[in-house]
Structure formats: C-alpha cells, structure tokens
Design a protein around this ligand. Structure first.
Ligand SMILES: [Fe+2]
Ligand SMILES: [Fe+2]
Length: 266
C-alpha cells in the first residue's frame, strides 16, 4: 500500500531570524521531521513526503538552503511544489539536483504507484498571492488523466479551488478554476485533491472529488470567520497529513508535537 505524507506551509526564513519576529519556523519543521522519523516504524513505510508549497517566506536562496539543510534529517524522499511565498526560479535553482524538478515551465510532477497516481501541480503566480493553473499545467493534468483511465488519482496543489470562510484567504485562492473543475468532474475514477495555503485542516468537496486542506507546521491563518476583520495569524501546534488508498482515499492528521509514549489499555 502506497503512503504519502503531506507537510505544508513551512515558511522557512533566513537563519537567525523568526517569521514576523515571532515564530521559529525552522524549529517547527525540525520537530515535524523528528516526529516522522520517530513514528516511521508504526506508520510506515512511507513512499514520499510531499511539501505542498510556501516552503519559504520570501523566495530567497538562503531560505531554500535552510529548508534543504533542515530536511536533510528526514529519512524519506520528498517532493515539493511552490506556493505564493515561493519564487519559482529560485526554487528551481535550489532543487536543480532533484530528479523531480523540471528544467523549465511549471514545477509539476507525477508519480505512479500500483494503487494510485499522484500528480503535483504548480499554482503559483509570479509576484501575486492568488493561485492559477497555466495552460501547460492543465494540459499536463489532462494527459495524465487520459493515460490513467480511471485509476485512483490524488492531485496536490498549493491553492485550494474552494472558498472555506476565512475571507482574506478566499480572496487569494485558486482563481479561474473552471477548466480544472471540468477536468476533475469528468475523471472516471476516484479523485482526491490535497491543498495547503490556508494553514487550517479543512475537508470539503470539489467537482465531486474529495478535497482536504492541510494544517500548517508552525502557525495558522487565524480561524476568523467574521467579515472585515484584519488578517492575522496564530501560533499553532501544527500538523501533517498521512494519505493512502483503502476503500477510498483516506487522510489522517499527525500532530507535529511529539506524543507521549504508548500507554497500554490493559
Ligand atoms: Fe502559507
Ligand atoms: Fe500560501
């Protein structure tokens, strides 16, 4: 059985600094990696860890270097997608040594397993916070769907194509998603869409597919469902998602913070 672990929105900043002067995002990522490595015997094997965008805060080379140095402790291979805080070309250069990084165009990739197929799509738009799929990205998805012919399909992208109620995030979600919606609706097999960007665990539906938004690792966009309240963030415990395909796609949240040792029921 294939297992994918999704980490999202790590927002790594330059060494020696804190996110908004408040959050040690690198320490949170380190804690997440320790949790994965520690739990691996119980929850593994895991085929890939996916980082679903906003790897770093400002798209700077030194931030990607810090991200990679931290991830070096992970005992698993990982793939990544850009979010709105990433810089596509700086990210490309920083991960040029990885076989999943395309030499040009959108940062997108596909991994096919026995039980399902995983497609990562690039929704980042240069110098803009919202997301948009390019023609090349939609063609890549369409060709993959045709080839798969109904095999269970998991699509990972940073920006959710839904509005979930936090108004400032709904304003910068995936825009012009009609073609994406048509493709997903027309797919013959089970489909699950996994997103990031909102830093809150949300489950929903999109074009008859299951959709989940992963929590952040270190902080959340404030769960503020009132209109016209200033945009803010909260320091959170953080979580990750473990995905597999059983009777259908399943996603389990794993907190970033360590759990207590196991305590027998008897
Ligand atoms: Fe983010
Ligand atoms: Fe984002």
């Amino acid at each position: 059985m294939t297992r994918i672990l999704q980490i999202s929105d790590t927002h790594i900043v330059a060494p020696g600094s804190l996110y908004y002067g408040k959050v040690d995002t690198r320490a949170a990522l380190r804690m997440a990696i320790e949790r994965i490595n520690h739990d691996l015997e119980r929850i593994g094997p895991i085929d890939y860890v996916i980082v679903s965008g906003d790897l770093v805060e400002h798209g700077k080379p030194e931030e990607y270097a810090a991200f990679k140095a931290t991830m070096a402790d992970l005992k698993l291979p990982y793939l990544a997608l850009p979010g709105n805080h990433d810089c596509r070309e700086t990210m490309r250069k920083s991960f040029a040594d990885q076989d999943w990084m395309p030499e040009d165009g959108p940062i997108q990739w596909v991994r096919e397993f026995e039980d399902f197929c995983l497609v990562g799509l690039d929704t980042s738009v240069t110098d803009a916070p919202h997301g948009q799929l390019t023609k090349a990205g939609l063609a890549f998805l369409s060709e993959t769907m045709q080839r798969l012919n109904g095999k269970p399909l998991m699509i990972i992208l940073h920006h959710p194509p839904i509005r979930m109620g936090i108004r400032p995030m709904d304003d910068i979600n995936l825009i012009e998603a009609e073609r994406f919606k048509t493709l997903v609706a027309s797919y013959k097999g089970p489909c699950k869409i996994c997103c990031g960007h909102v830093h809150q665990l949300v489950t929903s539906r999109f074009a008859e597919a299951d959709l989940i938004i992963a929590p952040g690792v270190s902080h959340g966009v404030t769960l503020e469902l009132r209109e016209d309240v200033p945009y803010s963030f909260t320091i959170e415990n953080g979580g990750m998602l473990l995905h597999d395909y059983r009777d259908g796609f399943q996603s389990i949240q794993i907190p970033v913070a360590p759990a207590s040792p196991s305590i027998p029921f008897s």
